[in-house]
Design a protein around this ligand. Structure first.
Ligand code: NAP
Length: 339
């Protein structure tokens, strides 16, 4: 509550998305009035969880598209905080420049302009990604990457290998958002989450959830994403979605927060994960053929959340055991795993 007794207001963009749905629930439980945006509020297949969340508090669902200039004005107006979570996340786009990079940057600036117009927003929290930190060539083992590390846009655009457009979209969106924030006196904080897993109200299945369960489900394509993370970055860093959303709220509410924050609960590898899952879930069989080929024994590269922790944030889920607490049940509920 604010000093005058009215509820603090927050805007969360992309409310039908995986991470945004957890953040909205958390904000409502903390007593915030929340405004969220979706591209089509009438699409109940994507939005039914938002109807359920309205039982928890004041939640307004508005129509907005990152491609429509000014369409976030109403959603951001009067808000104390704006969480920019919506973004194109099409990893396998045929034309990443046109379908991922340009719309991501343009869309981020579109919402930033709405924040500047609103004049009430005390803090903007942009959800970037570890993809903006760790997609860069590194020789040898034992690297620890912090917020000073940026993915190498020149290298990525020259090689165009794998889902190269996604890290580029995240680096450029972050940099353009920072530039705009400085020019317009907006207080911007960026959170760079690693592979995000765990239960969420949204029924839509985002890539990171099937990837986290792929060793148990045997889904080759989803496993390809998990292995792709290890090959591209030298390890599999993971965070539980509840910790990520707690961190987003933490950096919004902490006056002193600034700049970038990596959000990572644990650094692991595919091989370590396979051993952990085999032991913890003997009812499922980890498909041995997925584990053929070159796999890392230990992470070559680790992502560090030391800055977030030093500034007072506490992760609740710091081991694979804690992180996987609700992942399997969630996978069953979504039909990714058999009951
Ligand atoms: N999940 C992870 O492991 C992970 C890790 C690091 C960073 N992130 C970042 O976290 C954010 C949320 O990702 P997520 O995992 O929650 O994925 P998600 O469930 O696919 O959410 C993406 C959201 O963005 C919206 N969106 C895409 N294009 C849009 C447009 N033109 N206009 C308006 N909305 C648009 C989507 O709406 P539609 O449903 O209408 O397409 C959806 O609500 C993204 O910025 C992503 O890069 C995710």
């Amino acid at each position: 509550m604010s000093a005058g007794g009215t509820k603090k207001k927050a805007c969360v963009t992309g409310g039908n998305g995986y991470i945004a749905s957890v953040l909205i629930k958390m904000m409502l439980e903390k007593g915030y009035a929340v405004k969220t945006t979706v591209r089509n509020p009438d699409d109940m297949e994507k939005n039914s969880h938002l109807k359920d969340l309205q039982a928890l508090g004041s939640l307004e669902v508005l129509r907005a598209d990152l491609d429509d200039e000014g369409s976030f004005d109403e959603a951001v107006a009067g808000c104390d905080y704006a969480f920019l979570v919506a973004a194109p996340v099409n990893l396998h786009s045929e034309n990443p420049e046109k379908e991922l990079i340009e719309p991501a940057v343009r869309g981020t600036l579109n919402v930033m302009r709405s924040c500047a117009k609103a004049g009430t927003v005390k803090r903007v929290v942009l959800t970037s990604s570890a993809a903006a930190v760790s997609s860069r060539p590194l020789q040898g083992d034992g690297h620890v990457l912090d917020e000073n590390s940026w993915s190498d846009v020149e290298f990525l655009t020259a090689n165009k290998s794998g889902p190269w457009g996604y890290p580029v979209s995240k680096v450029l969106s972050e940099k353009e958002a920072c530039r705009f924030a400085e020019e317009h006196g907006i207080s911007l904080v960026t959170v760079c989450p690693v592979l995000t897993v765990g239960a969420a109200p949204a029924k839509k299945i985002h890539t990171s959830v099937p990837a986290s369960l792929s060793l148990l489900s045997g889904d080759d394509a989803a496993f390809g994403v998990l292995k792709g993370v290890e090959m591209a970055t030298g390890g599999v860093p993971m965070v539980h979605v509840a910790d990520l959303c707690r961190a987003e709220v933490f950096v919004a509410e902490e006056d002193a927060a600034s700049g970038r924050y990596i959000c990572c609960g644990v650094n692991t590898t595919v091989a370590e994960l396979a051993r952990f899952l085999t032991e913890k879930y003997p009812q499922y069989t980890v498909k041995a053929d997925l584990l053929s080929g070159e796999l890392l024994e230990k992470p070559r590269v680790r992502l560090s959340s030391a800055r977030l922790v030093k500034e007072g944030f506490e992760f609740k889920k710091k081991t694979l055991d804690e992180i996987y607490d609700d992942v399997v049940e969630h996978g069953k509920a979504l039909g990714i795993l058999p009951n």
